[in-house]
Design a protein around this ligand. Structure first.
Ligand code: FMN
Length: 161
């Protein structure tokens, strides 16, 4: 058997970008969570995947809405990445952010480098996570900027570290 802590530590050696997954909650209001378990699948058809924990609010909302946004964060959005990784009840303090409404009412987080508006094509439950395969229906891009990264369980800036 693999030691769980060792496994987590080994996985943390994979440097990733950071996204915020957006969808609508049960009241139709935007809801966000930070996620780095994101990957492209195919260019044709344009598909991506995200892996969402069963203990998140986002998982419950996605099951209902069948729509989500993937917002790729910039270095300037580190505070937002940390904010949307907190439990909802701990999301306090003056963090400034705004949404625009994408097609299909999917919220797009302003200031993100890239926004993909997706429709759920399929899911696969495994253990305590669900893999969501998303068909990309809409794409928005901002000016290219330094990406926010996560490595070794920390925010990571290769230019500064
Ligand atoms: C850098 C980073 C990456 C994360 N990636 C994921 C992820 O890919 N999937 C996931 O389920 N949770 C991930 N999380 C944890 C969620 O952001 C966290 O559980 C959040 O509170 C869920 O919000 P919600 O319950 O309101 O949906 C990540 C956290 C951090 C800091």
């Amino acid at each position: 058997m693999l030691d769980k802590d060792e496994f987590r530590s080994a996985l943390s050696q994979f440097a990733t970008g950071v996204t915020v997954i957006t969808t609508l909650d049960d009241e139709g209001q935007p809801h966000s969570m930070t996620a780095n378990a994101f990957s492209s699948i195919c260019l044709d058809p344009p598909t991506i995947m995200v892996c969402i924990g069963h203990n998140t609010n986002t998982n419950g909302f996605l099951k209902k809405t069948q729509r989500f946004g993937v917002n790729i964060l910039t270095q300037d959005q580190q505070e937002l990445g940390a904010y949307f990784a907190k439990k909802v009840e701990d999301r306090t303090g003056g963090v400034d952010y705004r949404y625009s409404v994408g097609e299909d009412q999917v919220p797009a987080l302003d200031g993100s480098m890239v926004f993909f508006g997706c429709e759920v094509l399929g899911t696969h439950d495994y253990g305590d996570h669900t893999i969501y395969v998303g068909m990309v229906k809409e794409m928005r891009r901002d000016e290219p900027s330094a990406p926010l990264m996560f490595y070794n369980s920390r925010w990571y800036n290769p230019a500064a570290d």
